[in-house]
Write a protein that binds this ligand. Structure first.
Ligand SMILES: Cc1cc2nc3c(=O)[nH]c(=O)nc-3n(C[C@H](O)[C@H](O)[C@H](O)COP(=O)(O)OP(=O)(O)OC[C@H]3O[C@@H](n4cnc5c(N)ncnc54)[C@H](O)[C@@H]3O)c2cc1C
Length: 370
């Protein structure tokens, strides 16, 4: 998210320094599939990154249809791009390919980027932010933006964490039939499962209790795909292989406030959501783009001031709150201990499918935020 922000302010008459713990052209935690909404694509187009990504063979796979269902209950909703006059509802990209495209675009600007620098803490005074690095150095800035995915200790910012007691198992899954650009979101008693069409396979995000997830990483491939087919039931049962299995523990985390005088947080540093509905990256990109617009529009002397920060927090509040409550609400609604909600949930899914205005509002919020 830091690279997206730096790109969006690259033409401003400012001295911008980006500090990043990772090596250039790679992510810190390896590669995985990422669903980017149509709204996210529009931002990446404005940053000049989308064309580079799309030009790479297999780097971008459109999602034209999303099939939403629940295991062990009735009710299915299908969202289709052509109902909204869009080429696609979203796109699946490799996080590594996206990172490489962002890094390459940033390298063409005059922004100073220092890779391999570990930020330990950010202290603020009314005049400036002091960014302390692992090497014992300090960088002083009129405005510091924390985009570290975790919220490095920022003086005056409290971080709340609630463990979901769920782990996401990700893998690349091959099917006998092609994916036809259809994505699946299936709610199960152990958590949601998503299949994202990517290149010639599916990117799988399978939420499981931590102990089951640990076992699933070691299951023989045949067992893994048989279990997956059982979970998907009649929606999809032609899995033939699963490779590159890895896991991510899941928690809801958010910072309060998301900015203090001289320092603003964007992306997962501000809020880390459950991956259900693929909202986290898209929300973070809107944080970064909104902050960049505010930076580009403000007189340089006011950057990071109390009034500047208050405006940023206010502008992001509705989108952030919707993202937090929507994803957390979905996780709770479909939780295992709420099996008695199976019927109302089924009716809800069926109604959403049958009521185009409701579906339109829901889809627009998923694609663009409120
Ligand atoms: C399994 C899974 C699937 C997901 N799928 C989707 C999806 O389909 N769609 C979607 O929108 N979202 C999805 N998300 C959420 C999404 O991945 C995150 O919201 C997004 O990656 C956050 O980006 P970020 O830039 O804020 O943080 P990160 O991607 O974590 O990047 C943090 C950056 O900060 C750097 N950094 C870290 N620590 C330091 C430090 N101390 N000092 C300096 N630099 C540092 C890192 O090197 C990195 O460059 C998913 C999440 C999970 C776990």
């Amino acid at each position: 998210m830091g690279a997206a922000l730096a790109l969006a302010i690259a033409d401003a008459d400012l001295d911008v320094v980006a500090l990043d713990a990772r090596a250039s052209g790679d992510t810190l935690r390896g590669d995985r599939s990422l669903a980017i909404s149509h709204g996210g694509r529009l931002i990446l187009e404005r940053l000049g990154v989308w064309r580079t990504l799309a030009a790479r063979c297999d780097a971008v796979t459109p999602i034209t249809t999303i099939d939403v269902s629940q295991a062990g209950g009735f009710g299915v909703t299908t969202l289709a791009a052509d109902e909204y006059g869009l080429p696609a509802l979203g796109y699946v990209v490799s996080y590594r390919a996206l990172t490489q495209a962002l890094d390459a675009a940033l390298a063409r600007t005059r922004t100073v980027v220092r890779y391999g620098v570990d930020v330990r803490a950010v202290r603020t005074t009314p005049e400036c932010a002091h960014v302390e690095t692992g090497a014992g150095g300090t960088v002083r800035a009129q405005l510091a933006v924390v985009a570290d995915g975790a919220g490095a200790v920022v003086q005056g910012v409290r971080r709340t964490r609630r463990d979901y007691a769920q782990t996401a198992v990700v893998a690349k899954v091959a099917t006998r039939q092609g994916h036809g650009n259809v994505a699946y979101e299936r709610f199960t008693a152990s958590g949601p499962v998503a299949l994202l069409p990517e290149g010639d396979h599916y990117g799988l995000i399978w939420t499981l209790p931590p102990d089951t997830a640990a076992q699933a990483l070691t299951w023989p491939e045949a067992t893994f795909i048989a279990e997956l087919a059982r979970v998907f039931g009649a929606r999809r049962d032609d899995f033939v292989g699963a490779v590159d299995r890895r896991s991510f523990p899941l928690a809801l985390e958010y910072a309060q406030p998301t900015a203090v005088q001289r320092c603003a947080l964007v992306g997962n540093a501000a809020q880390a959501l459950h991956p259900i509905a693929g909202q986290g990256f898209n929300l973070g990109l809107r944080d970064a783009y909104t902050l960049a617009q505010a930076i580009n529009a403000a007189p340089p002397a006011t950057l990071g001031s109390h009034a500047f920060i208050a405006r940023y927090v206010a502008r992001r509040s509705a989108d952030r709150n919707l993202g937090l409550t929507f994803t957390d609400g979905l996780v709770r609604l479909f939780a295992a201990d709420r099996a008695w909600l199976r019927w109302p949930r089924g009716i809800g899914l069926a109604l959403l499918d049958a009521l185009p205005p409701a579906k339109r509002i829901f889809t627009r919020a998923m694609l663009f935020g409120p």
